[in-house]
Design a protein around this ligand. Sequence first.
Ligand SMILES: Cc1ncc(COP(=O)(O)O)c(C=O)c1O
Length: 438
Amino acid sequence: MTGLTRSALPGAAPGTWLARWLDACADLADLRDRNPLVDAVVEEVSGRRIRVGDRWLLDFASCNYLGLDLDPEVIGAIPGYLERWGTHPSWSRMLGSPALYEQIEGRLVELLGVEDALLLPTLTHIHASVIPLLAGAGTILLDGRAHKTLYDGCVVARAHGASLLRFAHDDPDALEELLRRRSRGPLLVCMDGINSMTGNAPRLPEFAALARAYDALLYVDDAHGFGVVGERAPDETSPYGRRGNGVVRHLGESYDNVVLTAGFSKAYSSLLAFVACPSDLKHLLKVAAPPYLYSGPSPVASLASALVGLRVNAARGDRLRARIHAGTRRILDHLAGLGVATRNTSAFPIVEVPLADAGDLDRAGRFLFDHGIYVTLAFYPGVPRDEVGFRLQVTAANTAEEVDRLLAVLDELAAAIPLRSAASHPFRPPEIDLRERP
Ligand SMILES: Cc1ncc(COP(=O)(O)O)c(C=O)c1O
C-alpha cells in the first residue's frame, strides 16, 4: 500500500481497523504495483485465451466452469431476449421482475429438489441481507476458512445484535464443542460448499447432522459447486456426479435444516445468484431482504444466459463436466508426478499450487505470465501464508492442447522456482484453533 493511497483515507490512522486491514493487504498492494497477473487489463478474448498488452495467455483463472461464456447456443439466444425485454429491467425486484425470474426459479426448484428459490443479483447481496435475518439476535458459528463475503454477512449480522463465533475449518468436533455451550439462539452455522481455494467439499453430512441435533440452521455457500458437482448415479460421466445440482445433492444430503446459496456467476457465466429455501422464508425475504427491496436487478443478458444455460446443462452438462474432470485429473496427476503438494483431494476443478517460499510469489507470477499462462495468484491473507502460490482452474472450454502446454510450463516453473513439496511439507488439517476467537 503506497503512502499516497493510505493518506487519502482519513480513517486509516495507525491503530484503526482500517490501518490493520491495509497492513493485511500489503502483499496484494505490492503485487498490484508490480505483477502483470494482478489487476490486468484484458484487451481481447479468443476461446479460453486472453490478450494482456501484446501477450496472448492461456486462461486457467476462469470460473466459467461450463464454458457457457463462449457457448454459441447461449450467445446466439441472448439478442432475442434483449429485443423482447430491453437491456435492463431497472426496477428493484420488489417493484416488478421480468417473467424470466419466475422461469429460472422454477427450473432451480426442479434441478435442486428444493421447496423454493429466490434470485438476487449476487451472493454478496445475499449473504449481507439473508444472514442477518436468519441470525437475528442469536449466535452465528462460522467456519474458520469461510469466504470473505460470508464473513462480511456475519459482521453485518453482528452489528444488528448477533454473536459471532468461529470454529476450525471443516472440523465438526470443533463446531459441536461450540454448540454444546448452549449459545443464545437462533443458531446459524455458516460455511462454504466446494471451497474456493482448496477445491474440496466440506464434511457436510456431519455438519448437517449437528445442525439437526442442535436445532441450528446450516447456511452453505456453494458458489463453486453449483453447476460442477451433483447427484451421484451409476451412469454419471465423471465423479462429479450428474446434473451439477450442487454440493448438498452430491453428498446425498437432504435440505432439512439446510439453506443452500449459490451463484450463476461461476459455472453459468451470469450476474445472478440464489437462495434455495422453504417458501415461507422466500416470502419473508421478499419484504425484509434489502437487495430485493432496494438493489438494481441483474441485466437481461444475465437472466437470459442463466435460463439458456440451464437448458444447456440439462442437454449436455454432464458431457461438459466430464471434460472439466479430465483436464483437472491430468493437472493433479502431473503435480503428483512432480512431487508438489496441493490441498485438492477431490479432483474438483480448483487446484492450488503452493510455493516452497511465499516470498517467490511475484517471481512465480511473472514466470507464468512470461510463459503465456494466466492464473489467480493466491496471496496472503486470501490464503494462509503456507499456502501462498497460485490457483489453477479448469473449464470445459480449456482444450487438451492448452492443458498440455500448462503441464510443460509447470515443469519449467518447478525447475526454476521451488514449489511446496508433498514429501517434506504435506498438508495436515488446520492447526490454527479459531474456536476462542470472537
Ligand atoms: C465462495 C464464494 N462466495 C461468494 C462469492 C461472491 O459471489 P458474487 O459475485 O455472486 O457476489 C465468490 C466469488 O468469487 C465465492 O468464490
